[in-house]
Write a protein that binds this ligand. Structure first.
Ligand code: G
Ligand code: G
Ligand code: MN
Ligand code: NA
Length: 251
């Protein structure tokens, strides 16, 4: 039976947990530059569920604003304890951004947790950015004016027009792992990734390669000047309580 205080005991529906995946500089040292928060549902029977299984339900049920605020607050509470050079990346969904109080909610959570705006990066998928509308774009612009950065996630999969990219400024482009995975196996893979890194440079944005799994992919990405790297080669997403960069930094 369960005992009071037993940390492994789960409520009947389980619990939501934040995981972190490290992000590294695209150089030979691969210095830790930050981490991305990834939501998980620890289900008592089904095990660890990834967000594609439950975020659509939260969206439909009108729960996404509350859930998104919870993720940001929890992630920021952890990130304030990291070395100050590290950024926190948090994914945001379209319904969250369309909520009228979105930008004020973000600023409130930053001041409540003490995380400086300059250490926060919000990720929106390329597909989502181009259907959020002018008001949501204005909310992003207000957040950027306070120092919060905006990253375009899953880049290359969303069919955005280049003219729209010029119109909506972003600080970072995250190259989708479907392209990164082609480096070394398909000639076009390397060419497409180079083109995307060059495009980010032209737009004045940094590039992060997602889904880096092999040393040869890493070496290629370093050679073409991709600023940051993320993927299983460096680390899988780990539970927030096991992500302790402050200990590594102190070593
Ligand atoms: O972590 P994983 O690969 O399972 O993520 C699956 C998808 O869910 C990714 O597209 C990721 O961006 C998204 N995701 C992960 N955590 C969050 C979150 O806290 N909020 C939102 N809106 N999406 C998330
Ligand atoms: O869309 P977004 O980039 O937010 O999704 C991140 C998702 O990618 C997470 O679910 C994470 O588990 C997954 N992921 C991170 N690194 C790798 C990798 O190197 N390979 C693969 N296949 N998936 C990865
Ligand atoms: Mn992401
Ligand atoms: Na992505």
């Amino acid at each position: 039976g369960r005992m009071a205080g037993d940390d492994d005991s789960l409520p009947p529906f389980g619990r939501l947990e934040i995981f972190f995946q490290s992000v590294h500089r695209g150089d030979a040292k691969g210095t830790l530059t930050g981490a991305e928060a990834l939501l998980r549902w620890q289900h008592p029977i089904k095990g660890l569920l990834t967000p594609d299984l439950f975020i659509p339900l939260a969206e439909e049920g009108g729960l996404m604003t509350a859930l998104g605020k919870w993720v940001l607050r929890e992630a920021a509470r952890h990130a304030v304890g990291w070395p100050h050079s590290m950024s926190l990346a948090v994914n945001v969904s379209p319904s969250q951004i369309r909520h009228a109080a979105f930008d004020q909610d973000v600023l409130d959570i930053l001041s409540e947790t003490g995380l400086p705006a300059s250490r926060l990066e919000l990720e929106i998928t390329e597909a989502a950015l181009f259907r959020i509308g002018a008001e949501a774009e204005a909310a992003f612009a207000r957040l950027r004016s306070k120092g919060v950065r905006i990253a375009l996630d899953d880049f290359g999969t969303g069919f955005s027009s280049l003219s729209h990219l010029l119109h909506v400024p972003v600080d970072r482009i995250k190259i989708d792992r479907s392209f990164v995975g082609l480096i070394g196996s398909k000639a076009e893979g390397a060419a497409i990734v180079s083109a995307l890194v060059n495009l980010s440079r032209t737009l004045g944005a940094a590039a992060t390669a997602e889904g880096v799994e092999t040393e040869s992919q890493r070496d290629f990405l370093i050679a073409i000047g991709c600023q940051d790297l993320q993927g299983y080669l460096f680390s899988r997403p780990v539970p927030a309580t096991r992500f302790t960069p402050e200990l590594d930094a102190a070593e």
